[in-house]
Design a binder for this molecule. Structure first.
Ligand code: GAP
Length: 442
């Protein structure tokens, strides 16, 4: 009997079939746990990153942006404490040589073959590489394990060049690399991924107050964009879970089909750990003098850290919905249809333009509308298959609005706009369509 597909199987299959996410290096048999974002996936991920940047940088006076290098010298990671502490406990099966995180398995035998396991050892997650033609310790460099280190390295540059006073934040979006022992669950845990991180520099006295604000900010950011807010929660780290740099940490968790409550973002009070250590290792003076009180101190850091790929997964899981056929009369075959209930700001395609017939008298004005709308929104033009099938194609990828051009349009200069969620159809004057959509999609 065929195995019943899980929700994750269905989401992974939809992602491949509709151009969201493909297995990495697939034509060569694939590189395990690497994924490539296809035409719709890159739109979705860019929309997520844009939505984050707009709220955290564009709309604020106290946060600025940065784009720092991925490659960094070893001393950065000695100073940050990652070379010493950024480890997972590793055990290996003596029989099948499969490796596991010892804190994630139960019992003392290999979960795959029942073989005996080695003693646990610490496995560092940083990825090392070599620069230039000659290999040697002089040329050793590290791919950053978290993007925020680039922010600390540029703290003084940003403060001076932008004439910033505390409190202020620096945000950046970019790739990070970790040699995870057990990557998996689709794009949830990979070895190459993107982070969206913001470091807020504050006086030690105000660190707690701002920490609470950023915790709420992070939770609200997700809450405003999800369809099912009841699946979101904040959870505080226990003392033994805290990373080496954290005084306090909370995670934003979402209820996933694969692991119940799972971490999607972290908000950390990092104290003066990072700036003190980089000051010590580099010799740079990280002290800040308060102009009014003349107090001198190393700023504390409140951090917002989110995975961009992980956010893509959250919004896909959250938006995935199955409904019975919604088009056709009572006698229509009621098959299961997929609707991606993505927030309008995140949907990869905002508007689909669908002429009711391929005949030129309809396709020509429909293409004109399409080219007009393309200046403002990501659009798709589709004239193949029945209108019901074309609506279903758009529902599956989460397109909020479908615009149908029919023979009546030639007379009354109006088109039908269908809403993905309510399925309500409205006749809108073609001359007013752009403004109508701008209003709905902003
Ligand atoms: N700068 C703090 C930091 O990096 P983290 O909890 O290790 O903290 C922050 O990571 C976020 O980065 C996580 O909440 C997750 O969204 C994302 N992330 C971490 N490891 C990941 C991985 N292997 N694959 C995908 N995303 C990951």
């Amino acid at each position: 009997m065929a195995k019943e597909l899980t929700k994750m199987d269905k989401i992974i299959s939809l992602c491949k079939r509709r151009g969201f996410i493909f297995p990495g290096s697939e034509i060569y048999g694939g590189l395990a746990n690497s994924w490539d974002f296809g035409p719709l996936g890159v739109e979705l991920k860019n929309n997520i990153k844009r939505a984050w940047w707009k709220e955290i940088v564009q709309k604020r006076d106290d946060v600025v942006g940065l784009d720092s290098s991925i490659l960094t010298p070893k001393i950065v990671w000695e100073a940050s404490g990652h070379l010493e502490n950024f480890t997972d406990p590793l055990v290996e099966c003596k029989k099948c040589h499969q490796r596991f995180r010892s804190d994630k398995i139960e019992g003392k035998k290999c979960p795959d073959c029942g073989g005996e396991l080695t003693e646990g050892k610490k496995f560092n997650l940083l990825m090392k590489t070599h620069l230039g033609a000659v290999e040697g310790s002089q040329d050793e460099a590290y791919m950053r394990g978290e993007t925020c280190q680039g922010i600390y390295l540029n703290y003084l540059n940003v403060k001076e060049s932008m004439r910033k006073k505390l409190p202020f934040g620096v945000a950046q979006v970019g790739k990070a690399f970790r040699n995870e022992i057990t990557p998996g669950n689709f794009i949830f845990r990979t070895r190459e991924f993107e982070q969206m991180e913001m470091q807020y520099f504050v006086s030690p006295k105000e660190a707690n107050e701002y920490y609470q604000e950023w915790k709420d900010w992070t939770f609200d950011w997700y809450k405003n964009l999800v369809y099912r807010p009841e699946n979101l929660r904040l959870r505080q780290h226990e003392k033994d879970e805290l990373a080496h740099y954290a005084k306090e940490a909370w995670d934003v968790e979402y209820k996933t089909p694969f692991d119940d409550w799972s971490e999607f973002a972290g908000i950390h009070n990092r104290g003066d750990w990072d700036l003190s250590r980089h000051g010590k290792y580099s010799g740079a003076d990280m002290n800040y003098t308060d102009e009014e009180t003349k107090e001198k101190f190393i700023p504390y850091v409140d951090e917002v850290s989110m995975g961009a790929d992980r956010a893509v997964l959250l919004f896909l899981i959250d938006a995935y919905d199955e409904v019975e056929t919604r088009s056709g009369g009572e006698n229509a075959v009621h098959e299961t249809e997929i609707v991606l209930r993505l927030h309008k700001n995140l949907a990869p395609i905002k508007v689909a333009i669908l002429p009711l017939s391929k005949k030129e008298e309809l396709s020509q004005p429909a293409k004109e509308i399409y080219h007009d709308l393309q200046k403002y929104f990501m659009c798709q033009y589709d004239e193949t298959a029945s209108i019901g099938k074309r609506y279903r194609r758009q529902d599956e990828i989460g397109t909020p609005y479908c615009v149908t051009v029919d023979f009546e349009s030639l007379e009354d200069k109006k088109v039908t706009v269908r809403d993905r969620d309510t399925m309500k159809q409205e006749r809108i004057l073609i001359s007013e369509l752009t403004d109508w959509l701008k209003d709905k999609l902003d």
